[in-house]
Write a protein that binds this ligand. Structure first.
Ligand code: ZN
Length: 217
């Protein structure tokens, strides 16, 4: 029997819950629930079926600053860009990659996490972009460069093809999912995984994760 995932909540540690709440409200999220325990606090932000859990602790955790990446898709990217522009949040336009033909932009949340905002399809009212493909891999390349600066992968891509052949390319990025599985992948397979597995994210290979946090309690 195949396990049936019901939902996924992305979790990130933030420096200040109130500052982060204001930022994620700009992206359309609204507070769903929150709580405090001792020196820690948490806040669930939700839009429809999409949830983000912001957590804060009194003493800073030893979490590497990158790579952490959220990728949210919108029906109309222009609306959320407008909300960000109005309060002066810098927005970097990264083009119209194949997975976001309506456009994609990159912003940083108050803790420096990369947040990609995309629109899957080009609206009839939008002019053809002409740059499809140019921005491909840009965020993946950033993550790969960071991984390389920390020693990088010591192995080949762990993705196996349909003919059971191992991918011969050098692994550059570690990916993980919310079930706890992880794998090192080449850029091409990393993109495939991120675009087809909703619960996959770019993992930091030296992060200590939630277990270390829970072990202190
Ligand atoms: Zn590969």
């Amino acid at each position: 029997m195949v396990p049936q995932v019901q939902s996924m909540i992305a979790v990130t540690y933030v420096t200040d819950i109130d500052t982060s709440r204001a930022f994620y409200e700009l992206l359309g999220f609204r507070e769903r629930s929150s709580g405090k325990a001792g020196i820690s606090a948490w806040l669930v932000m939700r839009y429809d079926q999409v949830s983000v859990l912001l957590a804060m602790t009194g003493s800073a955790l030893g979490i590497p600053p990158l790579p952490m990446l959220f990728c949210f898709f919108y029906d109309d990217l222009g609306t959320v860009i407008g909300a960000l522009d109005r309060v002066g949040v810098p927005v970097t336009r990264t083009g119209h990659p194949p997975h976001a033909l309506g456009g994609e932009v990159k912003v940083l949340d108050p803790d420096g996490n990369t947040v990609l905002l995309g629109q899957r399809e080009r609206l009839a009212s939008q002019a053809p972009a002409g740059d499809e493909g140019q921005a491909r891999f840009s965020i993946l390349r950033e993550a790969a460069a960071l991984a390389a600066s920390r020693g990088g992968a010591t192995q080949a891509c762990q993705v196996t093809g349909p003919d059971s052949q191992r991918c011969p390319d050098q692994a550059e990025i570690k990916l993980a999912d919310s079930l706890g599985d992880s794998a090192w992948a080449c850029l091409m397979h990393a993109e495939q995984i991120l675009m087809t597995v909703p619960a996959a994210f770019i993992a930091s290979h030296d992060g200590r994760g939630i277990a270390a946090f829970l072990a202190q309690r």
